[in-house]
Design a protein around this ligand. Structure first.
Ligand code: SF4
Length: 498
């Protein structure tokens, strides 16, 4: 049967083209079971949509109880009758089908919109107003395309009603950015063409180890395939685009690893367009580790760690959907003596601004009490979250104080300052989970992840059961201990100059 393209399909295509292929053509029984976190995401979306529609002041036509052709016929009739607001309609053309949450009447036609339980923009911060999200723009492009083909469109200006209650207009005719002058509409059309080729099986897709895999229901299936293929994307930080360049000449990381590095160099450049010598050298070193040509993790240059009486290993837990930081956890130790180690959490018992602020103040006072101490965290996330918290609660810590704290040589991002710059590992990623596991550390929880912690926090807020809070704290404590394990592990690695 001829498959129409939906907004969800385009969303999945943007996440990963192979996801679209597998969803269409692979046996659904091979998927991973739905995680509690994914279920929570879905429920949050549904609840938020209900809340928005319940609070809607203007009258609207509700078609949410209908489905399929019945829903579509009623939508068309409502459009013909010029109904001002249509909720949960459905429209289709020969090859497209869309179910926009809202259709709004404008002078001479309609615009479509979706209700999203996240922010309608990405990259909003003190320096930037943020910009449209690619996957939202593509979905809105599809609705607008259908409205245009059916002669109901007002303009290419659909919108997102976001979690902050804003109606954000996506002007699809505008360029995507200062450097990328392609319009959102052009991007939508290109995405549609590419997705169509997958649906019609004109092109074959392959898996690529990437950040989207973390929440994808094909994760285990794809990982098995990737390992079997010795896929180049198993090399940390080598994504699909770089793989496409490399695999014109090399298919597997084992083949890549076996070749002497000078074979890839032509004068001042590598033989792979767009990949510089240093980047390729890094990938090659990592391929040699994965292929077991180099057996163990190593340091590439000498590292000097600060020597202070107290060290703090610091990790935050946040719920991005609520834009809320619910935990600042620390493992503290003194004189590098394991027997002095203890876990100190600052937890927001309720998802209120008051509680978030209290946990933030307490965490900051706790750190200050231990000055001068070395503070370790992993990835820029803690810094980003603390900057956000500073914007929300500016009286707790001044901007200068915050900047001088994170710029201090005693405050170390183990990932950015140490692991990425100075070390190489035989693992598929440089996440704290993969590296600490390589060093023999095991989390007490069976399925440790930040996503699961968010789901536990959600259940804590609902039921306030002590064992749920305990699980959240234990997971955070293990994340902090994993950093200490990593630090000690790095100190034992041998020096190897590539
Ligand atoms: S697991 Fe990764 S590679 Fe596989 S379909 Fe999902 S996102 Fe794509």
């Amino acid at each position: 049967m001829y498959q129409k393209i939906s907004a969800d399909m385009l969303y999945n295509y943007i996440q990963c083209p192979h996801r679209l292929y597998l969803d269409l053509f692979e046996d659904p029984d091979k998927r991973d079971p739905e995680t509690a976190f994914m279920k929570l995401l879905w429920e949050r979306g549904v609840d938020f949509e209900k809340q928005v529609m319940t609070e809607m002041k203007q009258p609207f036509l509700d078609l949410s109880s209908f489905s399929g052709i019945e829903k579509e016929n009623r939508t068309r009739k409502a459009l013909d009758n010029g109904i001002a607001i249509i909720y949960s309609g459905r429209l289709s053309t020969d090859n497209l089908v869309g179910e926009p949450d809202l259709l709004l009447k404008k002078d001479n036609g309609y615009i479509a919109g979706d209700i999203k339980s996240g922010s309608g923009l990405e990259g909003e911060n003190e320096l930037s107003e943020g910009k449209p999200k690619l996957h939202y723009a593509t979905q809105l492009g599809l609705y607008t395309d259908i409205l245009e083909q059916l002669n109901y469109s007002h303009a290419k200006t659909p919108f997102i009603h976001d979690v902050h209650g804003r109606d954000i207009i996506y002007n699809l005719e505008q360029p995507r950015g200062k450097r990328n002058r392609e319009s959102w509409w052009d991007t939508y059309q290109q995405t549609l063409t590419d997705a169509q080729k997958i649906i019609e099986q004109e092109i074959a897709t392959t898996p690529a180890h990437c950040s989207a895999c973390k929440l994808c229901h094909w994760r285990s299936y794809c990982l098995r395939q990737l390992i079997l293929r010795k896929d180049l994307t198993l090399i940390p930080e080598l994504g699909r685009k770089k793989k496409d360049i490399l695999q014109k000449q090399i298919k597997k990381f084992t083949d890549f690893a076996k070749k002497p590095f000078p074979e890839f160099i032509n004068g001042e450049k590598t033989i792979f367009p767009g990949i510089g010598i240093n980047t390729l050298r890094k990938y090659h070193a990592r391929a040699k580790l994965l292929a077991r040509i180099d057996k163990n993790a190593y340091v590439k240059s000498k590292i000097e760690f600060p020597l202070t009486d107290t060290e703090l290993f610091f990790d935050v837990e946040t719920d991005p959907m609520r834009d809320f930081c619910y935990l600042h956890g620390f493992v503290e130790r003194h004189y590098q003596d394991p027997s002095t180690e203890k876990y100190v959490p600052f937890f927001a018992d309720h998802a209120t601004a008051k509680e978030e602020e209290r946990a933030f103040i307490d965490a900051w006072h706790y750190i200050k009490k231990h000055f001068p101490c070395t503070v370790y965290y992993y990835s820029p996330y803690e810094k980003t979250i603390w900057k956000k918290l500073h914007q929300k609660y500016p009286e707790i810590i001044s901007k200068t104080e915050l900047e001088s704290f994170f710029n201090s040589p005693l405050v170390i991002d183990l990932y950015g300052d140490i692991v990425r710059k100075h070390t190489e590992w035989p693992t598929f990623s440089y996440s704290i989970k993969d590296l600490a596991k390589y060093l023999g550390f095991r989390w007490r929880d069976e399925s440790p992840s930040g996503a699961e912690s968010i789901e536990w926090y959600h259940r804590w807020l609902e039921k306030e059961k002590p064992e749920i809070k305990e699980r959240i704290l234990q997971y955070n404590e293990d994340d902090c201990i994993a950093m200490r394990v990593l630090l000690e592990g790095i100190k034992t690695l041998q020096l190897k100059i590539n």
